[in-house]
Design a protein around this ligand. Structure first.
Ligand SMILES: C[S@@+](CC[C@H](N)C(=O)[O-])C[C@H]1O[C@@H](n2cnc3c(N)ncnc32)[C@H](O)[C@@H]1O
Length: 357
């Protein structure tokens, strides 16, 4: 593809503000993009590379690709079918994937045959096709039960409800134009990925810690989540979205944590759109905001008798505008000035320290 053609498409995607994922992904971030963008901008602006460590349906990857046409992209997922999909979409083989979709038989019998396929024994194109087929024809995109059930009794909720072939192919073609020549895809466990990309900015959207076990073909144990937190707390340039659970706040003590509203659409029939919230967690530098407050919790380290040098940052929700720091001092300097004892052995206390204007 000529660079002129791809530049033209990028402009088109930019003007509509959308590059849509062909997947229906549980926990997908398409509905959160507006909230995520300012944080992603802090992470990506001025950088040569952007890494999406748990790419899944790729809504964040596509958004960054459209808004940062000169940034090189790296996408990773431990799910082989997902990794194959993004690899094929960014390659010259994407028409083969489109042809498989055009020839697809979409009914319950075919669904059952697709479901038992061993992706590891398939070519990358076949694996990508199988993963997408199961996603578009199953209940909630989970790949387990056919949409509409085995009997297909209600034509409103049939296996074809989310199978709009023309739209799917258009989405794949748009993704190709956006990603071709600039996307590298890996199929690694996050530990290996983070080791290989030690100094590159990473966005991370791991499976949920509470509901994650039922949602993805590959999920993460609590031990893996804790390992992820330890790896991240030891590096810079990262942004993570995750469910709000007590263990998550414990694992990420020391990082900047912010609560953000979310609307889920892939849930049971009665609660089609459910409002809730998630956490956005960042390394301290990227988590710093003008209206941040310094939150000094009773620290685990202090209770274990170990000293810590700096308190944790806790971001205020955007609706509560907090005092701003007009002096230009860093949060660390402010902490030293206003809470000189913070972090010293035995001096941790529950409380908030506002930054003066
Ligand atoms: C919440 S989904 C990502 C959704 C994506 N951000 C989106 O907007 O569509 C989590 C993804 O992590 C992948 N995953 C699970 N365990 C993993 C691991 N140990 N290493 C890398 N990826 C993993 C799953 O296959 C799944 O695609």
């Amino acid at each position: 593809m000529g660079s002129r053609e791809s530049a033209c498409v990028i402009t088109q995607v930019r003007s509509t503000g959308k590059a849509r994922s062909p997947f229906r992904y549980p926990g997908g971030k398409s509905r959160m993009l507006r909230t995520l963008r300012p944080k992603l901008d802090r992470l990506v602006a001025g950088k040569r590379v952007f890494c999406d460590v748990f790419v899944g349906g790729g809504s964040v990857l596509l958004d960054v690709a459209a808004r940062y046409p000169d940034t090189k992209l790296v996408a990773n997922d431990a799910d082989y079918g997902i990794a194959c999909f993004w690899r094929i979409v960014a390659s010259d083989q994407y028409p083969e994937l489109c042809n498989l979709l055009r020839d697809a038989e979409v009914n319950v019998e075919a669904f059952k045959r697709m479901k038992v396929r061993d992706l590891g024994n398939l070519s990358a194109v076949e694996a990508a096709y199988t993963r997408l087929y199961l996603n578009r024809t199953s209940y909630n995109g989970l790949g387990r039960l056919p949409q509409g059930g085995k009997t297909q009794a209600n034509p409103k909720y049939s296996i074809l409800s989310h199978w709009n072939l023309d739209d799917l192919i258009t989405r794949i073609e748009n993704c190709h134009r956006l990603l071709a020549g600039r996307l590298e895809v890996t199929n690694l466990h996050f530990r290996d990925f983070l080791r290989a990309h030690r100094y590159e900015p990473c966005y991370l959207d791991p499976p949920y810690t509470v509901a994650g076990l039922g949602l993805y073909s590959i999920s993460m144990s609590h031990q893996e989540h804790e390992d992820l937190a330890n790896l991240l707390l030891d590096r810079a340039d990262w942004l993570l979205s995750i469910d709000d659970a007590p263990q998550v706040r414990k694992w990420y003590r020391g990082a900047a944590i912010r609560k953000i509203p979310v609307q889920y659409s892939i849930v049971g029939r009665k609660t089609r759109c459910k409002r809730t919230h998630e956490l956005l967690i960042a390394d301290r530098v990227h988590g710093q905001a003008k209206n941040a407050t310094i939150h000094i919790p009773r620290s685990r380290a202090a209770s274990q008798g170990r000293a810590r040098r700096t308190p944790h940052l806790h971001m205020r929700p955007s609706t509560q505008r907090g005092p701003r720091c007009a002096s230009g001092e860093s949060l660390r300097q402010l902490t030293r000035r206003f809470a000189p004892n913070a972090g010293q052995r035995g001096c941790w206390a529950e409380g908030q320290l506002s930054i003066p204007s």
